[in-house]
Design a protein around this ligand. Structure first.
Ligand code: HSE
Length: 430
């Protein structure tokens, strides 16, 4: 380490919610961190967009600069923490510091989900390390448990609530009977949802996180664009009520399954049995259920976002890097270079909940059943709700391929007796 004495010097790139939390914890937990890392940590420079932006924790103003080159090219810095978010500038900063043999910690899920392979390759070339525990599940330790603790097992399935905003919205809808729009507005008022909630409610945030989890758990490079996704905007209060009556909760689940013929990776609203541990994860909490061939079922639960939880995960990565900084680099994560065989959503095998608004007259159910039968869709339960102008058929299928189900859905939409299909939600089998 250049002129740093015994300290490990850290350069913070970005100092908002997470960065100021990191600064706070480095001061507050100085002794703990020194013991864990084997030497004291010192934040030596902080790159910011604006010196005076509001931050949840105060930072030492003398360390702040808007001069990116001065921070990136500071030879005394050992570890950079990238917290600026977004993709292009973060990627350019990351490649710059890795190219100069510096270590990198990032909480940036989009960066890892899009460019993980490129960063790992650059790190391998220069003998540096890249760590990203905070990119999935905020403060929940996930990456290292999957990568190291479960290194001797074959992970078969990951199923998780990895987006707190949508879990908060669905919890409010379920608890209060409110519509999606009402619950979103409430979440925004309380600061649980961004003013522009697109990435959360459309499932993009969860898809990036699932891509990272797949890459680690299944030893292959999965990118966010390979993950099928649907958001929660179409979930109706009636669906949550129907689900509860049938013994289910509705969650935005990220599901990945490793199968002989490839990986199935998808994010969508899902009905899950009320007795499943994920069903009771409420509010903005995250939880990830992992099934290993030998270890069986595991569940990781905690705060998926927030200043101090996420800063804790960032510092765990820094500790890990600093402890190993003087050892020769290892060639871990070569698996990012193996492009994953991710199966088309058409081949996914799930059950479906479907609501049809229909004409209330004899023979309607027979026509609907005929369409399902023609497409090899077997029905598990069928209930008529309402009558006359408001007749609705609520059904749940047995397991069926997405392809067959969607074909049946298309045919149903073209029947004169079907007025509308207001809802289709996948159902997780036990
Ligand atoms: N926006 C994310 C969530 C947190 O709602 O869980 C950051 O990944």
């Amino acid at each position: 380490m250049a002129d740093s004495g015994e300290h490990a010097n850290i350069g913070l790139l970005g100092c908002g919610t997470i960065g100021s939390g990191v600064f706070h914890l480095v001061g507050k937990n100085e002794r703990l961190l020194t013991m864990a890392a084997g030497r004291p940590l010192r934040i030596s420079r902080i790159l910011v967009k604006q010196i005076d932006e509001p931050r949840p924790f105060p930072v030492d103003r003398s360390l702040l600069t808007t001069d990116a080159t001065a921070v990136l090219q500071d030879p005394g810095i050992d570890v950079f923490i990238e917290l600026i978010g977004g993709i292009e500038q973060a990627r350019s900063f990351a490649l710059d510091v890795l190219g100069r043999g510096k270590h990198l910690v990032t909480a940036n899920k989009e960066l890892i989900a899009c460019h993980g392979r490129e960063l790992m390759e650059e790190a391998a070339r220069s003998g540096s390390q890249v760590r990203f525990e905070a990119s999935v599940g905020g403060g929940i330790p996930l990456i290292r448990p999957l990568e190291e603790s479960l290194g001797g097992d074959r992970v078969q399935k990951i199923m998780g609530i990895v987006n707190g905003t949508t879990n908060y919205i669905l919890t409010r809808m379920s608890d209060e009977g409110s519509t999606y729009a009402e619950a979103l507005a409430g979440a925004q008022e309380l600061g649980f949802a961004e003013a522009d909630p697109g990435a959360d409610v459309e499932g993009a945030d969860a898809a990036s996180k699932l891509a990272i989890l797949c890459s680690i758990a299944f030893n292959t490079g999965v990118t966010d664009t390979q993950v099928y996704r649907e958001g929660i905007q179409g979930v109706r209060p009636e669906d949550l009520e129907n689900a509860r009556e049938m013994g289910y909760a509705i969650k935005l689940l990220a599901v990945a399954i490793s199968e002989d013929d490839g990986i199935s990776a998808r994010v969508h609203p899902t009905m899950i049995p009320l007795e499943h541990p994920l069903a009771s994860v409420s509010g903005n909490f995250n939880a990830i259920f992992v099934t290993g061939e030998s270890v069986g079922d595991l569940m990781f639960y905690g705060q998926g976002a927030g200043s101090l939880p996420t800063a804790t995960a960032v510092l765990g990565d820094v500790v890990n890097i600093v402890r190993n900084m003087d050892r020769p680099p290892t060639s871990r994560r070569s698996y990012w270079s193996r492009a994953a065989n991710v199966k088309s959503i058409d081949d996914a095998l799930t059950r479906f909940y479907m609501v049809l608004r229909v004409l209330d007259r004899p023979g309607v159910l027979a026509q609907i059943a005929g369409v399902f039968g023609d497409n090899q869709v077997s029905l598990e339960s069928v209930v008529q709700k309402g009558f006359g102008d408001n007749a609705q058929i609520v059904m749940i299928t047995h397991q069926v391929t997405e392809r067959n189900f969607q074909e049946a859905r298309k045919r149903l939409e073209s029947l004169d007796v079907v007025l509308e299909i207001p809802s289709v939600i996948r159902v997780e089998s036990e």
